[in-house]
Design a protein around this ligand. Structure first.
Ligand code: SAM
Ligand code: DTB
Ligand code: SF4
Length: 325
Protein backbone atom coordinates (compact mmCIF):
# COMPACT_ATOMS: atom_id res chain seq x y z
CA UNK A 1 0.00 0.00 0.00
CA UNK A 2 1.23 3.47 -0.78
CA UNK A 3 1.83 5.58 2.26
CA UNK A 4 0.48 9.11 2.08
CA UNK A 5 2.06 11.76 4.18
CA UNK A 6 -0.16 14.68 5.02
CA UNK A 7 1.15 18.16 5.42
CA UNK A 8 -0.70 20.99 7.02
CA UNK A 9 -0.94 23.98 4.70
CA UNK A 10 1.56 26.40 6.11
CA UNK A 11 0.56 30.00 6.56
CA UNK A 12 2.92 32.75 7.65
CA UNK A 13 3.39 32.36 11.37
CA UNK A 14 5.23 34.32 14.01
CA UNK A 15 8.91 33.51 14.17
CA UNK A 16 9.52 30.50 16.35
CA UNK A 17 12.51 31.42 18.45
CA UNK A 18 12.77 28.40 20.65
CA UNK A 19 14.10 25.78 18.30
CA UNK A 20 15.33 22.93 20.45
CA UNK A 21 18.15 20.70 19.27
CA UNK A 22 15.60 17.88 19.07
CA UNK A 23 13.28 19.96 16.82
CA UNK A 24 16.12 20.75 14.46
CA UNK A 25 17.47 17.19 14.48
CA UNK A 26 13.97 15.90 13.67
CA UNK A 27 13.88 18.09 10.56
CA UNK A 28 17.27 16.77 9.41
CA UNK A 29 15.98 13.22 9.93
CA UNK A 30 12.91 13.60 7.67
CA UNK A 31 12.89 11.59 4.44
CA UNK A 32 14.71 13.73 1.86
CA UNK A 33 11.64 14.42 -0.30
CA UNK A 34 9.48 15.28 2.72
CA UNK A 35 12.12 17.70 3.96
CA UNK A 36 12.35 19.40 0.57
CA UNK A 37 8.59 19.63 0.27
CA UNK A 38 8.30 21.32 3.67
CA UNK A 39 11.14 23.67 2.86
CA UNK A 40 9.40 24.66 -0.42
CA UNK A 41 6.15 25.29 1.43
CA UNK A 42 7.85 27.55 3.95
CA UNK A 43 9.82 29.25 1.21
CA UNK A 44 6.72 30.01 -0.87
CA UNK A 45 4.84 31.36 2.16
CA UNK A 46 7.46 34.11 2.51
CA UNK A 47 9.26 34.62 -0.80
CA UNK A 48 8.86 34.53 -4.55
CA UNK A 49 10.44 31.10 -5.18
CA UNK A 50 11.81 32.16 -8.58
CA UNK A 51 13.87 35.11 -7.42
CA UNK A 52 17.41 35.00 -6.10
CA UNK A 53 19.37 37.84 -4.52
CA UNK A 54 22.88 38.44 -5.92
CA UNK A 55 25.80 39.61 -3.76
CA UNK A 56 29.27 40.26 -5.13
CA UNK A 57 32.28 39.79 -2.87
CA UNK A 58 35.61 41.55 -2.86
CA UNK A 59 38.59 40.94 -0.61
CA UNK A 60 39.71 44.49 0.22
CA UNK A 61 42.55 43.29 2.44
CA UNK A 62 43.95 39.87 1.75
CA UNK A 63 46.03 37.45 3.82
CA UNK A 64 48.32 37.80 6.81
CA UNK A 65 45.49 37.39 9.34
CA UNK A 66 46.46 36.87 12.99
CA UNK A 67 43.64 34.34 13.55
CA UNK A 68 44.00 30.59 13.09
CA UNK A 69 40.64 29.55 11.57
CA UNK A 70 41.38 26.02 10.35
CA UNK A 71 39.61 26.40 6.99
CA UNK A 72 41.00 29.75 5.93
CA UNK A 73 43.53 30.54 3.21
CA UNK A 74 44.22 33.92 4.81
CA UNK A 75 45.54 32.93 8.22
CA UNK A 76 49.22 33.88 8.70
CA UNK A 77 49.53 30.62 10.63
CA UNK A 78 48.90 28.38 7.62
CA UNK A 79 51.29 28.03 4.74
CA UNK A 80 48.85 28.32 1.85
CA UNK A 81 51.09 30.21 -0.58
CA UNK A 82 48.65 33.13 -0.64
CA UNK A 83 50.22 36.53 -1.35
CA UNK A 84 49.45 39.12 1.27
CA UNK A 85 48.01 42.39 0.05
CA UNK A 86 47.57 45.68 1.85
CA UNK A 87 44.24 47.45 2.15
CA UNK A 88 42.95 48.48 -1.28
CA UNK A 89 42.33 52.10 -2.23
CA UNK A 90 38.74 53.21 -1.89
CA UNK A 91 38.62 54.30 -5.56
CA UNK A 92 39.68 50.85 -6.76
CA UNK A 93 37.04 49.18 -4.59
CA UNK A 94 34.34 51.53 -5.84
CA UNK A 95 35.27 50.75 -9.45
CA UNK A 96 34.94 46.97 -8.82
CA UNK A 97 31.55 47.66 -7.21
CA UNK A 98 30.43 49.69 -10.22
CA UNK A 99 31.17 46.74 -12.52
CA UNK A 100 29.38 44.36 -10.13
CA UNK A 101 26.30 46.58 -10.30
CA UNK A 102 26.50 46.66 -14.10
CA UNK A 103 26.55 42.85 -14.05
CA UNK A 104 23.37 42.76 -11.99
CA UNK A 105 24.48 42.44 -8.35
CA UNK A 106 22.30 44.23 -5.81
CA UNK A 107 24.69 43.96 -2.85
CA UNK A 108 28.44 44.43 -2.59
CA UNK A 109 30.31 42.76 0.26
CA UNK A 110 33.78 43.90 1.31
CA UNK A 111 35.87 41.37 3.24
CA UNK A 112 39.06 41.95 5.20
CA UNK A 113 41.43 39.39 6.71
CA UNK A 114 41.54 40.96 10.15
CA UNK A 115 40.87 39.84 13.69
CA UNK A 116 39.08 43.17 13.76
CA UNK A 117 39.56 46.64 12.25
CA UNK A 118 42.00 49.12 13.79
CA UNK A 119 40.85 52.75 14.03
CA UNK A 120 42.95 53.87 11.06
CA UNK A 121 41.76 50.95 8.90
CA UNK A 122 38.17 51.70 9.76
CA UNK A 123 38.52 55.22 8.34
CA UNK A 124 39.61 53.80 4.96
CA UNK A 125 36.84 51.19 4.96
CA UNK A 126 34.29 53.91 5.73
CA UNK A 127 35.32 55.73 2.54
CA UNK A 128 34.78 52.51 0.54
CA UNK A 129 31.37 51.95 2.07
CA UNK A 130 30.21 55.50 1.42
CA UNK A 131 31.37 55.28 -2.21
CA UNK A 132 29.73 51.90 -2.84
CA UNK A 133 26.50 53.05 -1.24
CA UNK A 134 26.51 56.16 -3.46
CA UNK A 135 26.40 53.84 -6.50
CA UNK A 136 22.98 52.66 -5.32
CA UNK A 137 24.16 49.26 -4.13
CA UNK A 138 23.39 47.66 -0.78
CA UNK A 139 26.58 47.48 1.23
CA UNK A 140 27.93 44.65 3.37
CA UNK A 141 31.24 44.34 5.25
CA UNK A 142 32.97 41.48 7.00
CA UNK A 143 35.92 42.81 8.96
CA UNK A 144 36.14 40.51 11.98
CA UNK A 145 35.34 41.40 15.58
CA UNK A 146 34.05 44.90 16.31
CA UNK A 147 34.78 47.12 19.30
CA UNK A 148 32.16 49.32 20.94
CA UNK A 149 31.11 52.15 18.63
CA UNK A 150 32.56 50.69 15.42
CA UNK A 151 29.25 49.25 14.19
CA UNK A 152 27.62 52.67 14.65
CA UNK A 153 30.45 54.35 12.71
CA UNK A 154 29.95 51.91 9.85
CA UNK A 155 26.18 52.40 9.93
CA UNK A 156 26.57 56.17 9.80
CA UNK A 157 28.48 56.07 6.50
CA UNK A 158 25.89 53.82 4.86
CA UNK A 159 26.63 50.22 5.80
CA UNK A 160 23.53 48.04 5.44
CA UNK A 161 24.75 44.54 6.44
CA UNK A 162 27.55 43.14 8.58
CA UNK A 163 28.65 39.54 7.99
CA UNK A 164 30.08 37.59 10.91
CA UNK A 165 29.64 33.84 10.81
CA UNK A 166 29.20 31.46 13.74
CA UNK A 167 30.64 28.83 11.37
CA UNK A 168 29.73 25.72 13.42
CA UNK A 169 28.23 24.55 16.72
CA UNK A 170 29.48 26.03 20.01
CA UNK A 171 30.89 22.59 20.92
CA UNK A 172 32.91 22.25 17.71
CA UNK A 173 34.18 25.82 17.46
CA UNK A 174 37.32 25.39 19.59
CA UNK A 175 38.48 22.53 17.31
CA UNK A 176 38.43 24.95 14.37
CA UNK A 177 39.66 28.22 15.89
CA UNK A 178 41.73 28.88 19.02
CA UNK A 179 42.42 32.62 18.73
CA UNK A 180 38.89 33.77 19.48
CA UNK A 181 35.80 32.17 20.96
CA UNK A 182 32.16 31.53 20.10
CA UNK A 183 31.27 34.07 22.79
CA UNK A 184 33.41 36.65 20.94
CA UNK A 185 31.45 35.94 17.73
CA UNK A 186 28.10 36.32 19.55
CA UNK A 187 29.34 39.52 21.17
CA UNK A 188 30.10 41.12 17.78
CA UNK A 189 26.73 40.01 16.42
CA UNK A 190 25.10 41.72 19.42
CA UNK A 191 26.96 44.97 18.66
CA UNK A 192 25.92 44.78 15.00
CA UNK A 193 22.26 44.27 15.93
CA UNK A 194 22.35 47.02 18.56
CA UNK A 195 23.61 49.50 15.97
CA UNK A 196 20.60 48.66 13.78
CA UNK A 197 22.64 47.02 11.02
CA UNK A 198 21.21 44.03 9.20
CA UNK A 199 22.79 40.84 10.50
CA UNK A 200 24.35 38.35 8.10
CA UNK A 201 25.56 35.21 9.86
CA UNK A 202 25.85 31.58 8.90
CA UNK A 203 28.34 28.77 8.77
CA UNK A 204 30.33 26.15 6.95
CA UNK A 205 29.50 22.55 6.13
CA UNK A 206 32.47 20.16 5.80
CA UNK A 207 34.71 21.12 8.72
CA UNK A 208 34.79 17.51 9.94
CA UNK A 209 31.70 18.27 12.01
CA UNK A 210 28.96 15.76 12.83
CA UNK A 211 25.30 16.17 11.96
CA UNK A 212 24.80 17.11 15.62
CA UNK A 213 27.15 20.06 15.01
CA UNK A 214 25.14 21.14 11.97
CA UNK A 215 22.01 20.89 14.11
CA UNK A 216 23.75 22.93 16.83
CA UNK A 217 24.81 25.63 14.36
CA UNK A 218 21.32 26.02 12.89
CA UNK A 219 19.70 26.05 16.35
CA UNK A 220 22.08 28.86 17.39
CA UNK A 221 21.29 30.87 14.26
CA UNK A 222 17.54 30.29 14.44
CA UNK A 223 17.39 31.24 18.11
CA UNK A 224 19.06 34.61 17.59
CA UNK A 225 16.50 37.24 18.46
CA UNK A 226 15.57 38.58 15.99
CA UNK A 227 16.61 35.98 13.47
CA UNK A 228 19.43 36.95 11.09
CA UNK A 229 18.41 38.79 7.91
CA UNK A 230 20.82 36.76 5.84
CA UNK A 231 22.24 33.27 6.45
CA UNK A 232 25.20 32.17 4.32
CA UNK A 233 25.69 28.41 4.17
CA UNK A 234 29.18 27.70 2.85
CA UNK A 235 30.43 24.34 1.62
CA UNK A 236 34.08 24.11 2.68
CA UNK A 237 36.45 25.10 -0.10
CA UNK A 238 39.49 22.98 0.66
CA UNK A 239 42.66 25.05 0.76
CA UNK A 240 45.95 23.26 0.57
CA UNK A 241 48.11 24.07 3.58
CA UNK A 242 45.16 24.50 5.97
CA UNK A 243 44.53 21.95 8.75
CA UNK A 244 41.14 21.06 7.23
CA UNK A 245 42.30 20.43 3.67
CA UNK A 246 42.26 16.66 4.12
CA UNK A 247 38.82 16.31 5.71
CA UNK A 248 36.19 14.08 4.16
CA UNK A 249 33.72 16.19 2.15
CA UNK A 250 30.10 16.10 3.26
CA UNK A 251 27.77 14.41 0.76
CA UNK A 252 25.54 16.58 -1.43
CA UNK A 253 22.31 15.33 0.17
CA UNK A 254 23.51 16.44 3.59
CA UNK A 255 24.42 19.86 2.19
CA UNK A 256 20.95 20.22 0.63
CA UNK A 257 19.39 19.09 3.91
CA UNK A 258 21.30 21.82 5.75
CA UNK A 259 19.91 24.45 3.37
CA UNK A 260 16.37 23.05 3.77
CA UNK A 261 16.56 23.05 7.56
CA UNK A 262 17.92 26.62 7.52
CA UNK A 263 14.94 27.63 5.36
CA UNK A 264 12.37 25.96 7.64
CA UNK A 265 13.85 27.25 10.89
CA UNK A 266 14.47 30.79 9.56
CA UNK A 267 11.47 31.34 7.28
CA UNK A 268 12.02 35.05 6.62
CA UNK A 269 15.81 35.04 6.26
CA UNK A 270 17.64 35.08 2.97
CA UNK A 271 19.48 31.75 2.89
CA UNK A 272 22.61 32.11 0.79
CA UNK A 273 24.10 29.20 -1.13
CA UNK A 274 27.59 30.55 -0.55
CA UNK A 275 31.14 29.23 -1.00
CA UNK A 276 31.58 25.90 -2.76
CA UNK A 277 29.37 26.44 -5.82
CA UNK A 278 32.31 26.11 -8.21
CA UNK A 279 32.83 22.56 -6.98
CA UNK A 280 29.08 21.77 -7.07
CA UNK A 281 27.21 20.46 -10.10
CA UNK A 282 24.23 22.38 -11.44
CA UNK A 283 21.70 19.76 -10.34
CA UNK A 284 22.82 20.08 -6.72
CA UNK A 285 22.60 23.86 -6.94
CA UNK A 286 19.08 23.49 -8.36
CA UNK A 287 18.15 21.30 -5.37
CA UNK A 288 19.53 23.97 -3.04
CA UNK A 289 17.22 26.54 -4.67
CA UNK A 290 14.38 24.04 -4.35
CA UNK A 291 15.31 23.65 -0.67
CA UNK A 292 14.87 27.38 -0.15
CA UNK A 293 18.21 29.01 -0.93
CA UNK A 294 17.43 32.44 -2.37
CA UNK A 295 20.74 34.23 -2.50
CA UNK A 296 24.18 33.53 -3.99
CA UNK A 297 27.61 35.06 -4.33
CA UNK A 298 27.78 36.27 -7.89
CA UNK A 299 31.02 37.13 -9.70
CA UNK A 300 34.10 35.20 -10.74
CA UNK A 301 35.77 35.27 -7.35
CA UNK A 302 34.84 34.79 -3.72
CA UNK A 303 37.58 36.22 -1.46
CA UNK A 304 40.65 34.24 -2.50
CA UNK A 305 39.10 31.32 -4.41
CA UNK A 306 37.00 30.96 -7.53
CA UNK A 307 33.26 31.13 -8.03
CA UNK A 308 31.32 30.17 -11.20
CA UNK A 309 31.77 32.91 -13.77
CA UNK A 310 28.94 35.30 -14.52
CA UNK A 311 28.09 33.78 -17.93
CA UNK A 312 27.78 30.32 -16.37
CA UNK A 313 25.49 31.61 -13.64
CA UNK A 314 23.36 33.51 -16.16
CA UNK A 315 22.97 30.25 -18.12
CA UNK A 316 22.02 28.37 -14.94
CA UNK A 317 19.42 31.01 -14.06
CA UNK A 318 17.98 30.67 -17.60
CA UNK A 319 17.72 26.90 -17.27
CA UNK A 320 15.96 27.21 -13.91
CA UNK A 321 13.83 30.26 -14.91
CA UNK A 322 15.30 32.17 -11.98
CA UNK A 323 15.43 35.96 -11.95
CA UNK A 324 17.69 38.19 -9.88
CA UNK A 325 16.04 40.24 -7.17
N1 SAM B 1 38.03 37.94 8.91
C1 SAM B 1 36.64 38.09 8.98
C2 SAM B 1 35.97 37.01 9.78
O1 SAM B 1 36.55 35.98 10.02
O2 SAM B 1 34.82 37.24 10.18
C3 SAM B 1 35.96 38.17 7.62
C4 SAM B 1 36.39 37.30 6.48
S1 SAM B 1 36.19 35.52 6.70
C5 SAM B 1 37.11 34.93 5.35
C6 SAM B 1 34.46 35.26 6.34
C7 SAM B 1 33.89 33.87 6.35
O3 SAM B 1 34.25 33.20 5.17
C8 SAM B 1 34.31 32.91 7.45
O4 SAM B 1 33.65 33.12 8.65
C9 SAM B 1 33.92 31.57 6.84
O5 SAM B 1 32.58 31.25 7.18
C10 SAM B 1 34.02 31.82 5.34
N2 SAM B 1 35.15 31.06 4.76
C11 SAM B 1 36.45 31.37 4.84
N3 SAM B 1 37.21 30.46 4.23
C12 SAM B 1 36.37 29.52 3.73
C13 SAM B 1 36.55 28.31 3.01
N4 SAM B 1 37.76 27.87 2.68
N5 SAM B 1 35.46 27.59 2.66
C14 SAM B 1 34.24 28.02 3.00
N6 SAM B 1 33.99 29.15 3.69
C15 SAM B 1 35.04 29.90 4.07
C1 DTB C 1 30.55 33.98 3.76
O1 DTB C 1 29.77 33.36 4.51
N1 DTB C 1 31.25 33.42 2.79
C2 DTB C 1 32.08 34.39 2.12
C3 DTB C 1 31.67 35.71 2.83
N2 DTB C 1 30.77 35.28 3.83
C4 DTB C 1 32.68 36.64 3.29
C5 DTB C 1 33.50 34.05 2.07
C6 DTB C 1 33.78 32.71 1.40
C7 DTB C 1 35.23 32.52 1.32
C8 DTB C 1 35.60 31.28 0.55
C9 DTB C 1 37.05 31.05 0.50
C10 DTB C 1 37.85 32.13 -0.15
O2 DTB C 1 37.53 32.55 -1.28
O3 DTB C 1 38.86 32.53 0.44
FE1 SF4 D 1 41.23 35.68 9.61
FE2 SF4 D 1 38.61 35.68 9.01
FE3 SF4 D 1 40.30 33.91 7.86
FE4 SF4 D 1 39.68 33.64 10.43
S1 SF4 D 1 38.26 33.49 8.69
S2 SF4 D 1 41.75 33.51 9.54
S3 SF4 D 1 39.51 35.79 11.08
S4 SF4 D 1 40.31 36.10 7.61
Amino acid sequence: MTQTIEFKRLTPHPQQQNWTLDDVAALFALPFNDLLFRAQQVHRAHFDANRVQLSTLLSVKTGGCSEDCGYCSQSARHDTGLERETLMDADEVIEVARVAKENGASRFCMGAAWRGPKTKDLESVKKMIAGVKALGLETCATLGMLKDGQAEELRDVGLDYYNHNLDTSPEKYADIVSTHSYADRLDTLGKVRKAGLHVCTGGIVGLGETRADRVGLLAQLANLDPQPDSVPINNLVKIEGTPLAGDQAVGWTEFVRTIAVARITMPRSYVRLSAGRQQMDEATQALCFMAGANSIFYGDKLLTTGNPDVTRDKALFDKLDLKPL
